[in-house]
Design a binder for this molecule. Sequence first.
Ligand code: DGL
Length: 283
Amino acid sequence: MSIGVFDSGVGGLTVHHRLVDRFPKADFVYLADQANAPYGGRSGEEIVELTKAGCVRLFDEGCDVVVLACNTAASVALRRLQQTWLPGYRREVGRSLNVLGIVVPTIEAATGLPWEHEAERRGDKVEKLDILGVFSTPATAKSRVYEIEIDKRRQDVAVFSEPCPELARMIEQNAPRAEIATVIQGHVKALATRIGRHPDRAILGCTHYEIVADLFQAALPPGTPLIRQPDATADALERYLARHPEFDPGTGGGRRFLTTGEPGAQNSLVETFWGGPLNFEPA
Ligand code: DGL
């Protein structure tokens, strides 16, 4: 079998890159739903339907495990698909299939706690010592997944989200880096104004932002730790595959890149990040 990696566009390549490093012999198929990107301003129903279609496409390619390398899809659609669609679909096709996300590994990395751990809720007021900023798409911010799930586990961490409506599209469309830097500086400033100071740590809660992580780092106060989703996801997938030997990630080192959009080469921002040319086939 292969491992499927899904995103609305090129952002998931940041996660994919790390997965390929971690599992060099595994066979991977990456699917970018560029015909429908960006997802971040879409309704919940649209995101659920598009994510489901992406998973089906990757299952049809022979993937048994699909990693949603997209915060928007993972935070809006994943639980719903796992609860209401995947069990019936597995029975229909008669295969063991699973869909994993990137929000759970990120929350584990941000809290330093395993997902199963939910803090005992006490009545007393806990002082919020650690301020965590989350930069994300509007749909991820609206889901409040980071606020809700981190608060369940670490009541000493206060989460503030900053929706960045234009950023994934700018990265997808190869906007000049100077323009992307200005937009990022604006969001960093807006978040600091809302909190009253800069966050102590930050999550780049949209996989597209990892491509310009250096611009976030430059806009935040020097040394602000960034919680890295690609590392957190690779760690989580390694643990998952160790617990589930029935999922064999393959041994051929296959790498295929599919897009629902324009096939061919990807933009120079992406190629620079990837470290070479990338050729996408039509999905
Ligand atoms: N890269 C995606 C994410 O992590 C999606 C961005 C978008 O399509 O708006 O949220």
